[in-house]
Design a protein around this ligand. Sequence first.
Ligand code: FAD
Ligand code: NAG
Ligand code: NAG
Ligand code: NAG
Ligand code: NAG
Ligand code: NAG
Length: 541
Amino acid sequence: MFFKSPLCVLAAAAVLCESATAAAAATGSDRNKHGACRKTTVAILGGGMAGVTAAQALHNSSISDLVIIEYRDQIGGRAQHTTFGKQKDGSPYTVELGANWIQGLGKPGGPENPVWTFSKKHSLKNTYSNYSSILTYNETGYTDYSHLLDEYETAANGMTIEAGRLLAENLQDQSARTGLALAGWNPKHSDMAAQAVEYWSWDWEAAFPPEQSSMIFGAAGNNLTFSQFSDENNLVIDPRGYSAIIDGEAATFLGKGDKRLMLNTKVVNVAHSDHGVTVHNEDGSCVSAAYAICTFSLGVLQSDTVKWQPELPKWKETSIQKFSMGTYTKIFYQFNETFWPGDTQYFLFASPSTRGSWAIWQSLSTEGFLPGSNIIFATVTNDESYRIEQLSDERAKQEGLAVLRQMFPDKHIPEPLAFMFPRWTKTEWSYGSYSNWPVGTTLEMHQNLRANVGRLWFAGEATSAEYFGFLHGAWFEGREAGEQVAGLLQNRCVKVYNDKEMCGERTRYEDLHGTSPLHHYNLLNGWATSSFFASKRRRDA
Ligand SMILES: Cc1cc2nc3c(=O)[nH]c(=O)nc-3n(C[C@H](O)[C@H](O)[C@H](O)COP(=O)(O)OP(=O)(O)OC[C@H]3O[C@@H](n4cnc5c(N)ncnc54)[C@H](O)[C@@H]3O)c2cc1C
Ligand SMILES: *[C@@H]1O[C@H](CO)[C@@H](O)[C@H](O)[C@H]1NC(C)=O
Ligand SMILES: *[C@@H]1O[C@H](CO)[C@@H](O)[C@H](O)[C@H]1NC(C)=O
Ligand SMILES: *[C@@H]1O[C@H](CO)[C@@H](O)[C@H](O)[C@H]1NC(C)=O
Ligand SMILES: *[C@@H]1O[C@H](CO)[C@@H](O)[C@H](O)[C@H]1NC(C)=O
Ligand SMILES: *[C@@H]1O[C@H](CO)[C@@H](O)[C@H](O)[C@H]1NC(C)=O
């Protein structure tokens, strides 16, 4: 486990051994038709939060010989925004297609979410998102079933405590469905109001229903973000986009037009050996490196976009196919007026036939967001996302309009001025939105997703045991992978998470066990903090 490269004996010799290993990787079949591959010390695959942070961590460790290879024409990854609709002066609004909230900010004296720290540093415009500012509807219009929100919350708190016991006593994981039912929340399939409440409370975050989600790790993840930092969620509404914080951090070490950033470059083949990694791109270019850090989404890893040479070992491939990639779809409408209650942020719709169908509507026209914009968007996940992605834009638009007409039967609802939604499941550089832990997972299984395969390292939202699904998860994982690879190159142990020392390669498990004993919840398995925090209700009021 305490791996030392035979070629890298002294930290001072790092540069020498790097070029030797890169050269080794570039010989023979690794050479492309244009001649030798471009050489670098660390190739970072992907320029989202994790890739940029890994590069910054390397830079901080004085390793500046690196290359970031990115599919898109800009960095930021799933922190992706676009222009939408029109303002009074004719210029468009900016809306977020991917990450939108800073989730869990921080308490005075307590740890702070790094994304919150960056949002202050880069003056990111954001507003408190009030999950209690919600009205409930069904196919007949407004109907108050908001008492169910509190009923759900009481049961969810019970499940969280029981999940903590299962984790601490190394007992078998259950589904969140089981956990909720045992804690007293067990709605009938035909109770559409309760189904809508459950969808809002669980699926809207996990992107999967409770029966497809781990009870232990769903609850632990909630604790680690919302009890450790704080229970607040701030919605980003910055005209530069949420990715302004990634751009801002990248600018601390990447110059304008920096040759180390390869944009518009699709990686298609990765050859890896004990000596190095050679990355082949669709345009015929290639990069040879001593190490590579792959930050592609779980969806990309699960697809066959990238060929690995040799194929990834069984333990790695199993972990990739074990975890789930969810889809979370925001569907935007701009109208010529705000016909919904202008001071409310959320509108929950209980479809009479299908759980989660056009269930959540969120106003951007509300004070503090984009007042006067007349923009509202629906959010769907999972099966509804897959179904709606198959519709034409026009059919999707009409479906949503029909729902709005049921919710607001007394209003005249005109055709929208603008309509748009991303199809995340079909997006070639992401194949979904973010990851979730399925039922019956263990920390060991997940550790295999994080573990390196020789000189090929992995980082990203999905490799975070504690913060999967979140932008801050990508940041923590990018930092750790960057620091660990720097440690290997410089033949030293690294201090991560303040004082804890990490050396060499990551732990992996060739054979998986049914559960993971409590002493495995440590830094070597990607678990730096305790998930047992003072109980705090997530919903205010
Ligand atoms: C709809 C949606 C809503 C979300 N909401 C929130 C939220 O509110 N709050 C929150 O904290 N998080 C949210 N997230 C999650 C957050 O966006 C991600 O956790 C984070 O952005 C992931 O960063 P990453 O660096 O791990 O991966 P990515 O951002 O996916 O970065 C990977 C990069 O690799 C590139 N790439 C992929 N394949 C290739 C290839 N073959 N060749 C070259 N480059 C390639 C991609 O273009 C991408 O830039 C949301 C995500 C989505 C999609
Ligand atoms: C790199 O160092 C800078 C300056 O100290 C710091 O702000 C940044 O967070 C560091 N990056 C990482 C990934 O640790
Ligand atoms: C959130 O909304 C609820 C319901 O409208 C309201 O009572 C509460 O004061 C709001 N909280 C904040 C912090 O604005
Ligand atoms: C979550 O936090 C609560 C409150 O501190 C604790 O009782 C519970 O055991 C924790 N659950 C998990 C899974 O960490
Ligand atoms: C919006 O458009 C509808 C019909 O297209 C029209 O009846 C309505 O008066 C318009 N509202 C405003 C505020 O212009
Ligand atoms: C919708 O709400 C109305 C009014 O409260 C109620 O009569 C009706 O049964 C509800 N529909 C469903 C499918 O529950």
